[in-house]
Structure formats: structure tokens, C-alpha cells
Design a protein around this ligand. Structure first.
Ligand SMILES: C=C(CC[C@@H](C)[C@H]1CC[C@H]2C3=CC[C@H]4[C@H](C)[C@@H](O)CC[C@]4(C)[C@H]3CC[C@]12C)C(C)C
Ligand SMILES: C[S@@+](CC[C@H](N)C(=O)[O-])C[C@H]1O[C@@H](n2cnc3c(N)ncnc32)[C@H](O)[C@@H]1O
Length: 348
């Protein structure tokens, strides 16, 4: 009798612990994805490992990537990482300056709403989001400004996720999402009243191409704001091997065909026809460090590693997820070092 009671108690406690570990702790972000729901975008379970290996060999030497193939490999990258990003970061795939006393969620929203102010978005406007992810920024900007936002992403899986989130947030009448390449957009000339891109155009092999397309679809006089990833004047790739490793680590783990230098952004914008009204390094004071959120996540990363390993062993998550997760963990280290050394920043 006692043994039965003991076994019964042990199994109830065990089941409770498993439930807590996978479902309660598994929801890394409030309202986020759960570990048991991790898919690898539109890649079938049997192909995840192969796709990851193909991605990895393509981006091993980022500056040598073939321009024409970049969008296809960026698409593969987002098939591999979209669910992990949503699970561990939320619906906005970008960094935000740390705001003392405010949560990450608030800081993210403030950073997104700033875009609506910068481009003067208002009700009746049609605004372009070039590289929209699963639409965190588009929902914040549409809700704040009342404008209609049209997002474009190269990744079909993200289109489905973004549309589902838009419906759930009751914003589907203001937010629309299309699958396409921002280097050749399926939009008429002069058909938008404003545009923005948040940490997305860094995926373009040539910045001229995507800026040129955005300029084409904007009405004359309309405003465009872009949050960019760049190296700073402190980056000394010709003499400092550690600098090279950090920057290549960022490029490899984020599907970037080569980071640009800070000064190239405004130069390119002018070259394609824009007038540059303002530019800023988003890491400079009074902005708090954008990489602090990455540093604080160490315990969560370990828990996530255990979760993906166990789920792969149980065949709930596809083979290859552990490798993708490890790649992201390493990338987080390179991004943190890039921020701390000041050789890498985000600018507008
Ligand atoms: C703009 C881009 C993406 C920026 C960030 C949203 C992502 C960059 C690195 C990602 C992450 C790193 C570590 C992951 C962690 C190991 C895992 O357990 C949970 C998810 C991470 C925190 C993940 C989340 C998104 C990033 C911070 C690029 C692609 C241009
Ligand atoms: C880091 S995510 C940022 C997403 C979104 N701006 C956000 O902040 O949540 C980069 C986005 O750019 C998109 N992207 C990259 N290259 C693209 C291309 N050639 N055409 C369209 N979208 C692209 C990706 O699919 C992804 O949605």
C-alpha cells in the first residue's frame, strides 16, 4: 500500500514538474510561443539539419557570398529561427535601447512608436514596413498612428505568423502583409505616404538596391526611417583579429552578407535620391546599452538549451534545432562583444 502511495505521489510530482518545465517555463516570453510548438518555418522535419548545414556553409565567409543567392538563404535562415526568436524574444525581432525602470516590452514599444513620429504617420496614410518579420513593429505603429501599414517579408512562414498576430490583436483592418523581396517590390511607383525598416535592410547585399526600391514606391516628399546595423569608426579589421572575429560572428549568425560602415548609410540614401534630414548612433548616450537584454538572459539560454535537447530526444522538435539554438547562443556572445567594444552599433 505504502509503495503504491509513494509511486502515485512520485508520478503526480513528476508530471507536475514536467508540465512546469515545458509549458510554464517554456513560454519564455509572456504570450510567446511554447517550446513544444517550435517548428522550423516551412521546412519539413526531415530537412531541418540539411537546411541548417546549407545555410552554415553559405554564410561561413559572409563577404564572399554570391549576391543573387542571398535572399534565398535569408529565407532559409528565417525558417530556422523565426519560432526560436518568438519563443525567446517576442514578436519584435530587433534591439531597443535599455530604458531605466521600464520593461523590455515597454522599451521595445517606445522604440517602435518613435518611428511613427519620425515619419509623421497618421490616419489615412499608407505606410511601408520593409522587412516586417512577424509584425511586432507594424502593430505598434498602426495602433499608435492609426495609419495603414503594409509589411513585406521574404519568408512565407512569417507572413502566416504576422497575419495571425494581426487578427488576434484586432489590427487586421490596418495591417497587411505580403511575401516578397524588398529588392524588387510588387508595389506601384509613388504609392506610399511613408516607409520604415527596422534592422532588416542589413540583409541586402547592396544597400543601394533596397533604398532605391523604397525611394521608388514613396510619394515625393514622403519620409523614410531606417534602423540599421553598422560597424563604427572603432572597428579596425585590418589590424585587430578579435574585431574581425566579432564582426564575422555577427554576420554568420544573422544571415548578413557583410556589415556596412556607419558613414555608408547616409551616403547611400543620398545616392539613390533621398535628402538626409537626421542620422544618429542609437548606442550613444543618453540611450542605455541595447545589448544588456542579451547579457541578462544567460539562465534562460541554459534552460532553453535543455528544453530543445530534451524535445529533440523525444522527437517533439526536429533534429537540427539544437544546432540552430547553439548558433544563436554564440551569435548573442558576438553581438554583446560588438556592443561592449563599441565596434558595432545600430543607427538611424
Ligand atoms: C536584427 C536581427 C535579429 C536581432 C535579434 C532579434 C536576435 C539576434 C540574436 C538572437 C538571439 C540570440 C540568443 C537566443 C537564445 C540562445 C535563445 O535561447 C532564445 C532566443 C535568443 C535570445 C535569440 C533571440 C533573437 C535575437 C536576440 C538580425 C537577424 C538582422
Ligand atoms: C531581423 S528581422 C526584423 C523584422 C522586423 N522589422 C522587426 O523588427 O520585428 C529582418 C526581416 O527582414 C526580412 N528580409 C530580409 N531580406 C529580405 C528581402 N530580400 N526581402 C524582404 N524581406 C527581407 C526578413 O524576412 C525579416 O522579416
Amino acid at each position: 500500500m505504502e509503495t503504491i502511495t509513494l509511486l502515485w505521489t512520485a508520478s503526480v510530482v513528476g508530471a507536475g514538474a514536467l508540465y512546469w518545465f515545458f509549458w510554464v517555463m517554456g513560454a519564455a516570453e509572456v504570450q510567446g510561443k511554447r517550446a513544444v510548438d517550435l517548428k522550423m518555418g516551412s521546412i519539413s522535419n526531415d530537412n531541418v539539419e540539411d537546411k541548417y548545414n546549407q545555410y552554415w556553409s553559405f554564410f561561413r565567409r559572409p563577404k564572399e557570398t554570391k549576391s543573387d543567392s542571398v535572399p534565398a538563404f535569408v529565407d532559409t535562415f528565417y525558417n530556422l529561427v523565426t519560432d526560436i526568436y518568438e519563443w525567446g524574444w517576442g514578436q519584435s525581432f530587433h534591439f531597443s535601447p535599455h530604458v531605466p525602470g521600464r520593461s523590455h516590452r515597454d522599451a521595445t514599444r517606445l522604440h517602435e512608436e518613435r518611428v511613427a513620429d519620425l515619419i509623421g504617420a497618421r490616419p489615412g496614410h499608407r505606410i511601408l514596413d520593409a522587412g516586417c518579420g512577424v509584425g511586432g513593429p507594424m502593430r505598434a505603429i498602426a495602433a499608435k498612428s492609426g495609419s495603414n501599414v503594409v509589411g513585406i517579408t521574404i519568408n512565407e512562414y512569417q507572413v502566416g505568423r504576422a497575419r495571425a498576430h494581426n487578427r488576434k490583436a484586432g489590427l487586421d483592418s490596418l495591417c497587411d502583409v505580403v511575401c516578397g523581396n524588398f529588392l524588387q517590390m510588387p508595389f506601384e511607383d509613388a504609392s506610399f505616404d511613408g516607409a520604415y525598416s527596422i534592422e532588416a535592410t542589413c540583409h541586402a547585399p547592396k544597400l543601394d538596391d533596397v533604398y532605391g526600391e523604397i525611394f521608388r514606391v514613396l510619394k515625393p516628399g514622403a519620409l523614410y526611417a531606417s534602423y540599421e546595423w553598422v560597424t563604427t569608426e572603432l572597428y579596425k579589421g585590418d589590424v585587430d583579429q578579435e574585431h574581425v572575429e566579432i564582426i564575422q560572428g555577427i554576420e554568420r549568425g544573422d544571415a548578413l552578407p557583410g556589415l556596412r560602415a556607419y558613414h555608408e548609410i547616409a551616403e547611400t540614401a543620398k545616392r539613390v535620391g533621398f535628402e538626409v534630414v537626421d542620422e544618429k548612433d542609437l548606442a550613444k548616450a543618453p540611450a542605455g546599452p541595447w545589448w544588456s537584454r542579451l547579457k541578462m538572459g544567460k539562465v534562460a539560454y541554459w534552460r532553453n538549451h535543455v528544453l530543445v535537447t530534451v524535445l529533440t530526444m523525444l522527437k517533439i522538435a526536429p533534429k537540427g534545432v539544437v544546432e540552430v539554438h547553439e548558433m544563436l547562443y554564440e551569435t548573442a556572445g558576438h553581438l554583446t562583444r560588438g556592443g561592449e567594444t563599441g565596434i558595432f552599433t545600430r543607427c538611424i
